[in-house]
Ligand binder design. Structure first.
Ligand code: ADP
Ligand code: MG
Length: 499
């Protein structure tokens, strides 16, 4: 940030209000492309996943992918949108090497979904941000500049035709923090519906931010700038914050904001002018004559609604009320759908084998162990999480603790061994001879030996030096090589000492 901008930032209690609207492109996780059977998978060798339509070869006709439509409709319903029974596809024209047909198939004035919402929490207050529309479109190919180390630009058509939905918000956000919260919430919904993998870095979840400012109290919006190249949450926040300050400085200095597209340069920490902003008429939109209108029956829409899984927000509320989790626990465990699923499955399995125990006690136990141990060994990629143990094995482990076969502390070591050997908790306990002594008779015998060996300490204890209990416990644990169950040792001591 330049010094002038910094000073401006520091000195102004701003007379301007920022207005922000986001356009998000989310890749639908269907196997094939939007209008062909070519694979839509990410990461393949360049130009190995292309059908004639992806190259715009003469005579090749697009055929709509039904699976992609199902996913698009599910996303729209999860976001509270109304789905149009009748929408259509349009051609959006521009010339660029990444677009072999000379147009992108998109939806213009009849998008398939409209008017939804995203609920966020900002400064601990709920706030509703509105979605204006969602439309389906195909992705363009990818230009690879400087390919092979030279100055050439090569084109990878694997991405050409990959199914996207574009989610366009109303200009409802009033700060970079709100924009970030909207984006995180939107990503979470799509991730939990299971239609997008939320990867900003790989570009399967991309955001353009429209930013303008207006004098506080003025109704009319100011001229907006569209920000691109903001492929992380951090960049989104920094780019918007920078842009707000740049526009304030510009207007305060008597200048005007020009409508344009700017790009975020993280290296320079600023937004840079890219090109003038196109208007809709520049694209020469018209209905694509190769595709019939998209007609969605009411029964089809109802079916997609049926298929919606429980979303993260609902899980968090349920976990807090049913399982007694704290808000923070619920937040962490709902951070990824696969982790949330693993947690719930583990709770269910524990409950089955542990019917006498109260549900909230089980929930807490599982939550603590998953957060303290399991998540440290878990990485998530897309919709997958490589959780190192099964819910079945985790439940078995926690039940060994509950049944006093091993201590909570030993459970952590057994867990490490489960990961390194792949054996079940019971196998490890047997192999390593870890089972705790829980036979009360055997423990009483060890306790009695310790008491007999320390008559002076016993006398002091009986005189009121209660703290000696720790000493006795320590002696018994040492005598049993740490195998005695500490809780039972305590009980035995108090019983035999007559206190
Ligand atoms: P375009 O088709 O040129 O991208 P739209 O009218 O569809 O333009 O709006 C795109 C996005 O810009 C929407 O998210 C909208 O909320 C946002 N937007 C529109 N006007 C403004 C403005 N004055 N300031 C900030 N954002 C705006
Ligand atoms: Mg746009």
């Amino acid at each position: 940030m330049s010094t002038a901008l910094k000073e401006h930032n520091a000195s102004s209690k701003s007379a301007f209000e920022p207005v922000i609207g986001l356009e998000v492109h989310a890749q639908l996780l269907s196997h094939s492309k939007l209008f062909s059977t070519a694979s839509a998978a990410f990461g393949a060798a360049p130009n190995t996943q292309i059908a004639p339509v992806c190259l715009g070869l003469p005579g090749a006709l697009p055929v709509l992918n039904a699976k992609a439509v199902e996913m698009a409709v599910q996303a729209a319903l999860a976001l509270g949108c109304s789905v149009r029974p009748w929408s259509r596809f349009d051609r959006k024209h521009y010339f660029y090497p990444d677009l072999p047909k000379g147009y992108q198939i998109s939806q213009f004035d009849r998008p398939y979904a409209e008017e939804g919402k995203v609920e966020i929490q900002i400064d601990n207050k709920p706030r509703t941000l509105r979605i204006q529309r969602i439309h389906m479109e195909e992705d363009a190919a990818k230009n690879i500049h400087g390919a092979g180390g030279g100055s050439d630009t090569l084109v990878d058509f694997n991405r050409s035709g990959v199914p996207l939905i574009e989610i366009v918000s109303h200009p409802d956000m009033r700060s970079a923090a709100e924009a970030e919260a909207y984006l995180r919430q939107l990503r979470e919904v799509l991730l939990f519906v299971g239609v997008n993998d939320g990867n900003l870095e790989e570009g399967s979840f991309r955001c353009d931010a429209n930013v303008s400012i207006r004098p506080v109290g003025q109704e009319k919006f100011g001229t907006r700038v569209e920000l691109k190249n903001i492929n992380s949450f951090r960049f989104v926040r920094k780019a918007i914050e920078y842009e707000i300050i740049r526009q304030e400085a510009l207007i305060s200095g008597g200048g005007t904001v020009v409508q344009e597209t700017r790009t975020w340069s993280d290296g320079q920490g600023k937004t840079l002018a890219m090109r003038g902003k196109e208007e809709a008429h520049d694209y020469r939109y018209f209905p694509d004559p190769d595709l019939p209108p998209l007609v969605l029956r009411e029964s089809f829409i109802a079916e997609q609604k049926e298929k919606l899984p429980e979303l993260a927000e609902a899980k968090r509320e349920r976990w807090q009320s049913e399982l007694g989790l704290t808000e923070k626990d619920a937040e962490v465990l709902s951070g990824h759908p696969a982790v949330a699923g693993f947690f719930e499955q583990s709770v269910q399995l524990c409950k089955k084998q542990w019917p006498s125990k109260k549900t909230d006690a089980i929930g807490k136990r599982v939550a603590n162990f998953v957060q303290g141990e399991v998540l440290r060994h878990t990485q998530t990629t897309g919709l997958e999480a490589n959780i190192p143990v099964t819910a079945q094995d985790l439940a078995e482990l926690l039940i060994l603790v509950e049944d006093n076969v091993i201590s909570g502390k030993m459970a952590k070591d057994v867990f490490s061994a489960m990961i390194s050997t792949g054996h079940t908790p019971k196998q490890i306990v047997d192999e390593q001879g870890l089972a705790q002594v829980t036979d009360v008779g055997a423990i009483d015998a060890e306790v009695q030996k310790v008491l007999d060996a320390n008559p002076d300490k016993v006398a002091q204890y009986k005189d009121g030096k209660q703290s000696l209990i720790g000493f006795f416990v320590g002696q018994v644990m040492r005598a049993t090589g740490g195998a005695a169950n500490p809780k039972l040792v305590n009980e035995s001591l108090r019983r035999l000492l007559g206190s």
